[in-house]
Design a protein around this ligand. Structure first.
Ligand SMILES: NC(=O)c1ccc[n+]([C@@H]2O[C@H](COP(=O)([O-])OP(=O)(O)OC[C@H]3O[C@@H](n4cnc5c(N)ncnc54)[C@H](OP(=O)(O)O)[C@@H]3O)[C@@H](O)[C@H]2O)c1
Length: 336
């Protein structure tokens, strides 16, 4: 085992879009686990948009990462040493291990993964936080009924691509909004979406959505917010349900963005908007994971992973993710 642990820390708090200089690669000694803790060799690190909010000083849904601290983030790894009876050397675990090659974590905060059942990377995607957000954020917040039209923004991203497929499983019409022709093709040709619109090359997004959602929108699953959501809100049906999962278009805004005021549309349409945090469903994670695993086994869910090699490339990959340059789930391979 090497004696040095490479870590990526937050060097400065970004204003607006982060830059490479906001991160620092450092070397520290490999930490030792205390009582009830395990030492883990990180295999794959998940890059998620919510980490952008944790780089800010203000409290969002989680404690901010302090300047000089290791960047936070979910990861999957192999237990090297354990001081807790719940796990032993060689076990594969998932948890908030951070942007580093070796991490010490409390055993009770780790989830054991069966590497024989599915590839370990699925614990960061379909069988992890993004999958659970798609599952509960669509089914529990929106209760989609067969025949209804479900519109998804950020549809080719990790969460959105699963939401559309779950909507199809529930016999709804799934329509996606994404930012390139390749992403539109991925959604319709590979994932079975009923339609998709490239918002970057559509001169009139309202007209395009009106055509493709000819019966209006019953469920809107929002991951990006901003002008896309302002447009979608003009097409909602009576009793529409809107699940606010993310607001990716706002995460790098230095100033709050002001758009059309569409709350009166909720009155006219007797519609409901509800935000959620996946953690609010933690007591039902087992149920969600069981169902997602069943759909995976039945090949009803398909997924794409983009894997970048090596911890030093994590900041550059993270910045690319904030620019929407990937399809599906973005991860960094750290250990072999
Ligand atoms: N509430 C929760 O508990 C919870 C849990 C998980 C995730 N989330 C949130 O859900 C959202 C999606 O997460 P994810 O893991 O699926 O992220 P992701 O894989 O990065 O996908 C998000 C997609 O959104 C699009 N996007 C980014 N900026 C945009 C902009 N300015 N305008 C329009 N589209 C933009 C990009 O695709 P295009 O090329 O198509 O623009 C990007 O690929 C994030 O906001 C995340 O924070 C919330």
């Amino acid at each position: 085992m090497p004696s040095v642990n490479r870590q990526i820390t937050l060097a400065t708090r970004p204003v607006g879009m982060p830059q490479g200089a906001d991160f620092r690669l450092i070397e520290t000694p490999i930490p030792r686990p205390g009582a009830g803790e395990a030492l883990i060799r990180v295999l794959y690190l998940s890059l998620d948009p919510y980490l952008r909010a944790r780089m800010n000083g203000a409290l969002s849904s989680a404690r901010p990462v302090q300047v000089g601290e290791v960047m936070a983030g979910e990861a999957v790894g192999e237990v090297i040493e354990s001081n807790d009876p719940r796990m032993g050397r060689g076990d594969i675990v998932e948890g908030i291990l951070g942007w580093q090659e070796y991490a010490v974590a409390h055993a009770k905060a780790l989830r054991k993964i069966d590497p024989q059942a599915f590839p370990v990377t699925t614990s960061l995607y379909v069988l992890g936080m993004p999958g659970l957000a798609a599952y509960f954020g669509l089914l529990d917040i929106c209760h989609p009924a067969p025949g209804e039209t479900v519109l998804i923004s950020g549809a080719a991203g990790a969460v959105g691509s699963l939401v559309g497929q779950i909507a199809r499983i529930k016999r709804c019409r799934a329509v996606g909004i994404a930012g390139s022709p390749e992403k539109v093709h991925y959604l319709t040709a590979e994932l079975g979406f009923d339609g998709a619109v490239n918002y970057n090359q559509t001169p009139d997004l309202y007209a395009a959505l009106k055509e493709i959602c000819s019966n209006g929108i019953d469920v809107y699953f929002d991951t990006v917010g901003g002008p896309i959501t302002d447009t979608a809100m003009r097409l909602i049906n009576n009793h529409a349900r809107i699940s606010v999962c993310g607001q990716s278009s706002q995460y790098n805004a230095a100033q709050p963005d002001v758009g059309p005021r569409w709350l009166s549309q909720l009155i006219v349409r007797q519609a409901r908007v509800e935000g959620f945090l996946v953690s609010q469903f933690s007591s039902r994670f087992e149920e969600g994971l069981r169902q997602l695993a069943t759909w995976l086994r039945e090949k009803k869910l398909h997924y794409r992973e983009e894997i970048v090699e090596g911890l030093p490339r994590a900041p550059e990959a993270f910045l690319d993710m904030l620019r929407g340059r990937h399809t599906g789930k973005l991860m960094v391979k750290i250990g072999a």
